[in-house]
Design a protein around this ligand. Structure first.
Ligand code: F0G
Length: 481
């Protein structure tokens, strides 16, 4: 919740109290230099014991509620027919308005099954923007991904409240070019991850859905961050200020034929789901579920997580839960902007993002500016970002780098985990880094997996810039920080 202070400032105050805590450690800069070197300058390969503030992702790292933890204790561990599943299906029906609910072990498992059933070689898959695993699964099935984002979606400094919108003219042009039968579905990602967690509006979803339905093209929503997108609609779109999060979500789902989610985000568990009102689609997915995931009533998830997901799905409709990440991210982004840092604006739904091309104008995309910035941020703060740029794109068939549309260092804000002090500290270290940005150099791959290379790839700094940056930091702050 944002409360207004006497002096007019908005404070993102926590609407929960913290009763279980986990110790974290700020290792000194020399230790961090050794750790990032051992990790091949890839923040995925750091060990958490070397990380102070873990901003790699909000996936599976949000704080669960007391009621979620309590629900885990009454989970029904039956292999088949477990009550936990029926509680999840009830929550899905109530919150999402979908009759058929299929649990899977995480979001990409849903993408795998949906790709297997809906995408044929030569098909076109249309979306506001890709996500890494989404694209991989649809392409592995022989599909081609078309991103039809709205004008201005890739402008990192913007006031457009709905950069996740689809451009209807581009959608119509694809329908005209390929014919509706060649388009597997149109996918809208709720708070579009790779462009900075940017939402789409209800008006846009309504229009996309009308166009798709006119041509018999199914509408799919990636609901991994659905409560955040609904919260932005409430705050930013005319006509929704007085509506509850649940009503908004139900209206959104009314425009869709199916949804899938990573349950690791809005619902704060470790799992995933596909849901639909189509019995045909349900039967098709169900048939493959035991091959890849497990029986229908657990779908590869622990039954404890199934129970917690049922609770999390209802809790994400509470405005104080839906806003818990978004309001702190707003504060984070406001602080970055006030400090003159090139943050992605408006604030999005999962992280504070820094535009690495603007932060490091001297580093060409071929030397991976977002990767350099992510490693440098860890080095000077102990906060762990994620690279969201060219390192996160795989090479083309000729072995050439595919330059990403955006080069972002993403500092995720797991919900109900970190405080304003953590955010203030990170912004301060970003400020110091910005003043010393000339010390940062490029990176090159030394080990490179063939698919989703960002997970396990290893890089090395050109001209040993990490050591120089660590020395400058130590000169200003001493050896203990
Ligand atoms: N869709 C979206 C929009 C996502 O953000 C993610 C994961 C997935 C699908 C895949 O789900 O991880 O449960 O298999 N995003 C994580 C992130 C990994 O860090 O943003 P998953």
């Amino acid at each position: 919740m944002q409360v207004t202070l006497t002096n007019g400032t908005k404070l993102p105050i926590e609407m929960h109290k913290v009763r279980i805590v986990q110790r974290c450690t700020l290792q000194p800069v020399a230790h961090r230099l050794a750790a990032i070197t051992a990790a091949g300058y890839n923040t995925f390969l750091l060990r958490t014991r070397d990380v102070f503030i873990d901003m790699l992702t909000d996936s599976g790292t949000n704080a669960m509620s007391d009621n979620q933890l309590a629900a885990m204790m009454v989970a029904d561990d039956a292999y088949a027919g477990g009550d936990s599943y029926y509680r999840l299906a009830d929550a899905c029906r109530d919150v999402m308005g979908f009759e058929f609910c299929i649990p899977v072990h995480q979001g990409r498992a849903a993408e795998h099954l949906l790709a297997k059933i809906l995408v044929k070689p030569g098909d076109r898959v249309v979306m506001n923007y890709h996500f890494t695993t989404t694209k991989a699964h649809f392409e592995l099935q022989g599909g081609t991904v078309h991103e039809i984002y709205c004008e201005g979606a890739l402008e990192t400094a913007s006031t457009n409240p709905f950069k996740g919108n689809i451009d209807l003219n581009k959608f119509q042009a694809l329908i005209d070019k390929f014919g509706p039968k060649k388009i597997s579905f149109v996918r809208m990602e709720a708070t579009t991850n790779l462009i900075g967690g940017q939402p789409f509006s209800m008006a846009n979803l309504r229009a996309v859905s009308a166009m798709a339905r006119k041509h018999g093209i199914p509408v799919m929503i990636d609901t991994s961050l659905i409560s955040e997108n609904a919260y932005f609609i409430k705050r930013r779109e005319a006509g929704y200020a007085d509506m509850g999060i649940k009503e908004i979500i139900l209206e959104m789902m009314g425009h869709a034929d199916m949804m899938y989610m990573s349950g690791r985000k809005s619902t704060a568990v470790r799992g995933g789901m596909i849901a639909t009102n189509s019995k045909v689609l349900f039967e098709q997915v169900k048939a493959w579920l035991p091959v890849y995931e497990g029986f229908l009533t657990y779908g590869g998830m622990s039954s404890k997580e199934v129970e917690a997901m049922a609770v999390g799905m209802r809790e994400m409709c509470d405005i104080e839960v839906a806003s818990s990440g978004a309001d702190l991210i707003q504060y984070f982004v406001d602080q970055m902007v006030a400090a003159g840092l090139p943050a992605v604006t408006p604030a999005g739904g999962l992280a504070g993002h820094v535009d690495a091309i603007k932060f490091l104008p001297h580093i060409p995309q071929s030397a991976y500016p977002a990767g350099c910035l992510a490693a440098a941020i860890y080095l000077v703060s102990g906060a762990r970002p994620m690279e969201r740029g060219t390192v996160s794109m795989d090479r083309d068939k000729q072995g050439r780098d595919v330059f990403a549309d955006l080069e972002l260092a993403r500092l995720a804000v797991p919900r109900r985990v970190y405080s304003m002090a953590h955010i203030d500290y990170v912004v301060d270290r970003l400020k110091w880094l910005h003043a010393h940005r000339d010390l940062i150099g490029g990176l090159r791959f030394v080990e490179e997996p063939p698919v989703l290379r960002f997970f396990f790839g290893r890089l090395e700094p050109l001209n040993d810039w990490g050591t120089k940056l660590a020395k400058a930091f130590e000169a200003d702050f001493g050896p203990e920080q």
